[in-house]
Write a protein that binds this ligand. Sequence first.
Ligand code: TRP
Length: 355
Amino acid sequence: MKDIVLSGIRSTGNLHLGNYYGALSKFVKIQDTCDCNFFIADLHALTTNPDPQQLHANVKSILAEYLAAGLDPEKSTIFVQSDIPEIAEMYLLLNMHVGIGELMRTASFKDKARKALGLGSPEAGDGDDDAIERQIIGTDSNRRVNAGLLTYPTLMAVDILIQKATKVPVGKDQLQHLELTRRFARRFNSFYGVDLFPEPTDFDFGGAPVKVPGLDGSGKMGKSEGNCIYLIDDPKVLRKKVMRAVTDEGPKEPNSPMSEPVANLFTLLELTSTPDVVSHFRQAYADCSIRYGDLKKQLAEDILAVTTPIRERVQDILADESYLARVVRQGAEKARARASQTLREMREIMGIRPL
Ligand code: TRP
């Protein structure tokens, strides 16, 4: 049996190079060999109460970026989460088998709750588990941690289980959610003595995981870090961002070790440039003749060579509203077929049957 691959992305902004190299470009490659399902998690985006206009615009732009980067609706099932009402119903059913304690202990929840409550870091002593719990349950705070945030892992498990997906490509930050999904699947199967849900595992693309660094000298590229190069960045904007990337004073002695900000620029160069270009600059670094300005200029052009065709396709796709509508209608139809089958089985198992 072919693996059912499923992955979703929250609709909270544009796609950046990290999304592209970490996920999207790999998704494009597996479309021919796997039963691929990719969706836009707009219900998950609601957990942080986005502006409605913004949410709608983001769903459209991410969809266009998915397609422009090479996801093919003829090969993969591409859909919007909220187009599948079965997900909302199964979310209610599955929640009956999920403990609030295990949800409250989830790392992503503690993180987001801490932020929503304006609490500091646990190291500072004011954002530890007890403080979070007191504030969530207490009445003296008008700040809210909404229930959707708490049940985020239930919803994600539903996305996966309703399609009976077996392989779920996710980043490191989502592995705990995947672990919970397995636990919920196992629990449901054993509670009712059935074999309804397969236990999904992380999709292994082989090789070392790609780490795409940001331009700010440390850490990885991420929306919330504000260090991103977006696929749709205008060339002028993109060049400016790259030219402003953090570096250091330059090597003083031959074969000096590289500082993190400079190593990060080399990592980006390795992703986007040809091997000769990379070795040219490595050599220049080793013999201290390197000028970071030259490296950045080259890097900006090589990144643009990757992003420009995507950016242009995004513009074309966004201009074709009926094409976008057709893609998601067709995707929803396929996704709903499997979802409604799973939901039917689940209702029957749980004793929700017609009189
Ligand atoms: N929680 C994921 C993220 O923030 C997005 C997501 C929602 C997802 N449902 C999913 C990913 C199902 C994989 C499978 O990145």
